[in-house]
Design a protein around this ligand. Structure first.
Ligand code: UD1
Length: 359
């Protein structure tokens, strides 16, 4: 079987890596296409090297732009590639613009699409990712879900259950594989940061970082929380571009640094006393690691991280943030569990299903 994988943005890389490995292990012919949605070395190259993903066979170099510009550029540059390479199936990952763009191209030229991390829903259509999820799932021929809520969402949207496979979480496959490496580098990282105890912050959602009226109060609260516990804040380029001057004015306990590589970030997540984020994947990783996670969003497409895991939705309620922050610091960790099938074998399940059903 000829499999073509499409990746484009940082969170795609750790999802594609284990699936590529599992399919390679079964002898399938594979192509990797990088759309170039993320292009800075710290947002892209560093993950290819660390996660042992081969260099892309094709780079589309689309770069940034409005949603329409970026999605259209990916589509028009991807179509000739897929026509020339004639894969039996194209695999797309997660919910970024590269995911939906590639799925649209394939569905119009009759090439089967597999969607890895299917079925997640925030029920918030103001999020660009929610639109990407809804459309990609309508178009996909194989839908691989990380948790049972995904299957329920897809059934509600009328998607035939024969196309849907509950396989578990491929991002956790990568986490489990590389946790020993993160543990190995942590002592050096800790010495470099000269911190015994710390929290970790990431923020990049347009709904949090685009408007002054939202972002500045948020930054103010983080700045004041950092006086109680130093906070490490690796800043996404989107956030950095908009707010570099403001970020420089923060007190020195809010450590504003460049984006980190996968191993470094994983090591910090595991050892942080609390993580404050608006990322999707980090909600999942902290649940697996048992680290308290305070999510600065009103909703989540990953509800299992709240019901079973360590995640608490804070929205923009700063009193709640302070109280949950102090709870985490006083050792009040929730007794949590790991979701079923988040066991490091999700990619093997995908490879087995595709080998059996899409030869
Ligand atoms: C994208 C995804 C989001 C994901 C996030 C992870 C969509 C709609 N959004 O958001 O779901 O959580 O990636 O990081 O696909 N930029 C750089 N260098 C880069 C990449 C981006 O400077 O390598 C800057 C550009 O100014 C760009 C902005 O960041 O305009 C936003 O990048 P974009 O890819 O549009 O979306 P993200 O916010 O990264």
């Amino acid at each position: 079987m000829k499999v073509l994988h499409v990746v484009g943005a940082r969170p795609n890389f750790m999802k594609a890596a284990p699936v590529y490995r599992a399919l390679g292990g079964r002898g399938h012919e594979q192509t990797l296409v990088h759309t170039g949605q993320h292009y800075d070395a710290l947002m892209s190259d560093v993950f290819f090297k660390g996660l042992e993903i081969p260099d892309p066979d094709e780079s589309l170099n689309v770069g940034s732009g409005s949603h329409a510009q970026q999605t259209a550029a990916i589509m028009s540059r991807f179509e000739p590639v897929v026509l020339a390479r004639k894969p039996d199936i194209v695999l797309v990952y997660g919910d970024v613009n590269s995911t939906v763009a590639a799925a649209l191209v394939c569905s119009k030229i009759g090439i089967r699409v597999g969607h890895v991390e299917s079925g997640l829903r925030s029920f918030d259509r103001s999020m660009p990712e929610e639109i990407n999820r809804l459309i990609t799932d309508q178009l996909a021929d194989f839908l691989f879900t990380p948790s049972a809520d995904g299957n329920e969402n897809l059934a509600r949207e009328g998607i035939a259950k024969e196309k849907v496979f509950l396989v578990g979480n491929v991002m956790i496959d990568t986490l489990i594989r590389f946790l020993p490496k993160a543990d190995e580098i942590f002592p050096k990282l800790k010495a470099e940061l000269s911190l015994d105890s710390f929290g970790l912050v990431t923020l990049h959602r347009p709904s949090n970082v685009d408007d002054e009226s939202t972002f500045l109060p948020m930054l103010h609260v983080l700045d004041s929380l950092s006086e109680k516990l130093p906070l490490i804040f690796p800043v996404h380029p989107r956030t950095r571009q908009k707010w570099s001057a403001r970020l420089e004015q923060c007190n020195s306990s809010l450590r504003v640094i460049a984006p980190l590589g996968y191993f470094e970030f994983l090591a910090l997540q595991k050892n942080a006393r609390v993580v404050i984020t608006d990322s999707g994947g980090i909600q999942e990783e902290t649940t697996y690691l048992g680290t308290p996670c305070l999510t600065l969003r009103e909703n989540t497409e990953r509800p299992i991280t709240v019901t079973l895991g360590t995640n608490v939705l804070i929205g923009h309620d700063w009193e709640l943030l302070e109280s949950k922050f102090h709870e985490a610091l006083s050792g009040g960790r929730k007794q949590t569990g790991r979701p079923p099938l988040w066991d490091g074998k999700a990619s093997e399940r995908i490879a087995e299903i595709l080998t059996r059903l899409a030869p």
